[in-house]
Design a protein around this ligand. Structure first.
Ligand code: UDP
Length: 496
């Protein structure tokens, strides 16, 4: 007779509709389902499900069960273009607000779906704080997932508790963040608005933090050896139960999984890889600013000149800039722009120096090619971890959200990157920001892509971290052990 402990666990996943949230959460679902004895249901909209369906179909071998449960987004009701179901397709502040509103409107439907699915556990994006009450109502654990790292959680806690910035007058003066395991310095200009004073987001963030505290625990896409002191601080000083279960992207072992990750690539990946094959090891800079960040035309021009002057080979992923104008009927007229200087792309291609990807790149696949010698990144947490897994040094160019905090982890604690020198945090990924001049960009490129003398140190450290990352996900690795321990705890909870 089978005991309750042998009964399959059913875990339901509710990812937020943005690539940096959704991709790692779907990887968690796939990892849990691969452990055997666990079934995963992912709730999302049809357009989002279709981005991942091929990968999920490949995973659904006997014994692994992952299904999508879809819900339609009220796009028409809020005036969104059809198919705009993810923040990656909402390229203006107005469209983003409409999408956020449409997602909020789903709450009653989602509540019913969660209850009717009768799961044993809910893994919820932290942006859905109300799932705490749903889980409580049905007597199951709620695990929160924000997609960020321990270091970020610790820095936010310290800034809120000790408010060191209140004593600082100048926006550009560096100060030390109080009581952290390392002497972390930052400027006021790099802090999020809501840290410095009341904004329209403070109440929401208070609610999110409250929900995190009331949760069964928090899942962190990181590994213990990467940020040991901060994992301990989060658990012991802040007192939040958590499991480190990353790097999640390492779960994609097959070429197909890496190719299809997150979205369909807009380039022929084989062309891109054979271009890389023609380059020497560590000689190509990969440049990508995540799924949401967009720069202005003057900033793109500065980057293009810096690349030309540096003489460095590069792959540059450019996000589509959508200019949306609401017309009288409320529907949007959209125009695509890339904003590259005239002739730049053609010259780069002709002299073999540059490969430009307009749209979605197979990032993990590119990063792990041995021709890649550096990664210029906006410091989204997924991108940083993917750079760590590839063992490449980083050029940090944070822009919004918690990216400046992530930068400090890279440059001041791990010491696997150099800052480009962006000083000013902005509220939205698509807002204009202060120009980073080409001279600064060139200096950062030469520090990371230069010879042994300039870049040897960061490169050696980056390679060491890569080894540790791979070890963490081996059978006896720290992350794998935490995943197993967590699933066991959920089973115990079910037995009550
Ligand atoms: N990504 C990708 N191709 C692209 C742009 C982004 O595969 O062209 C992936 C990237 O590998 C990462 C995620 O999208 O996993 C972006 O997440 P991150 O946290 O770095 O930044 P965000 O997009 O949330 O700002």
């Amino acid at each position: 007779m089978s005991s309750n402990n042998d009964k399959q666990l059913h875990i339901i996943f509710l990812p937020y509709m943005a690539p940096g949230h959704m991709m790692p959460m779907i990887e968690i679902a796939r990892i849990f389902a691969s452990q055997g004895g666990t079934r995963a249901t992912i709730i999302t909209t049809p357009a989002n499900a279709s981005r991942f369906q091929k990968t999920i179909n490949r995973d659904n071998k006997p014994g692994h069960l992952i299904t999508f449960l879809t819900v339609s987004l009220p796009t028409k009701e809020v005036g969104l273009p059809e198919g705009c179901e993810n923040l990656v397709s909402a390229q203006t502040r107005e469209t983003t607000f409409k999408l956020i509103r449409a997602i909020e409107m789903l709450q009653p439907k989602l509540e019913t779906m969660l209850v009717e699915s009768k799961p044993d556990c809910i893994v919820s994006d932290y942006l859905y704080p109300w799932t705490v009450d749903v889980a409580k109502g049905i007597g199951i654990p709620r695990l929160a997932f924000s997609g960020s790292c321990f270091f970020n959680q610790c820095i936010c806690y310290s800034l809120e508790k000790y408010r060191p910035h209140d004593k600082i007058v100048s926006e550009n003066e560096e100060f030390v963040v109080t009581d952290l395991p390392d002497n972390i310095t930052i400027t006021k200009s790099q802090l999020q608005d809501l840290v410095k004073g009341e904004t329209s987001f403070n109440a929401l963030f208070d609610r999110l933090k409250e929900a995190e505290k009331k949760s069964f625990g928090v899942l962190i896409n990181s590994f213990y050896e990467l940020e040991r002191d901060y994992a301990d601080y989060y658990r012991k000083v802040i007192g939040i139960k958590s499991w480190h279960i990353g790097p999640l992207s390492l779960f994609n072992r097959s070429l197909d999984d890496k190719l299809d990750r997150g979205d369909k690539s807009t380039v022929d990946a084989h062309n891109c890889l054979s271009w890389l094959d023609s380059k020497e090891s560590n000689s190509v800079l990969y440049i990508c600013f995540g799924s949401l960040t967009r720069f202005t035309k003057p900033q793109i021009t500065e980057m293009a000149s810096a690349l030309q002057n540096s003489g460095c080979s590069f792959i540059w992923v450019l996000g589509k800039v959508m200019k949306c104008n609401d017309d009288e009927s409320g529907s949007e007229q959209e125009a695509e722009e890339w904003w590259l200087p005239d002739g730049f792309e053609e010259t780069a291609l002709a002299n073999g120096k540059g490969f430009i990807i307009k749209g979605w790149a197979p990032q993990v696949l590119i990063l792990e090619h041995n021709a890649i010698g550096g990664f210029m990144t906006h410091c989204g947490w997924n991108s940083i971890l993917e750079g760590v897994c590839a063992g490449v040094p980083l050029i940090t160019w944070p822009v919004f959200a918690e990216q400046f905090y992530n930068e400090k982890l890279v440059t001041q604690v791990l010491k696997v990157g150099v800052p480009v020198g962006n000083m000013v945090w902005k509220a939205w990924a698509t807002d204009e920001s202060e120009l980073v001049e080409k001279e600064k960009i060139e200096i950062a490129i030469s520090k990371v892509m230069g010879g042994e003398e300039e870049a040897g140190n960061v490169r050696t450290k980056a390679k060491m971290l890569k080894e540790l990352a791979y070890k963490a996900v081996e059978a006896e690795g720290s992350s794998n052990k935490d995943i197993k321990a967590l699933l066991q705890e959920i089973k115990m909870h079910r037995q009550g």
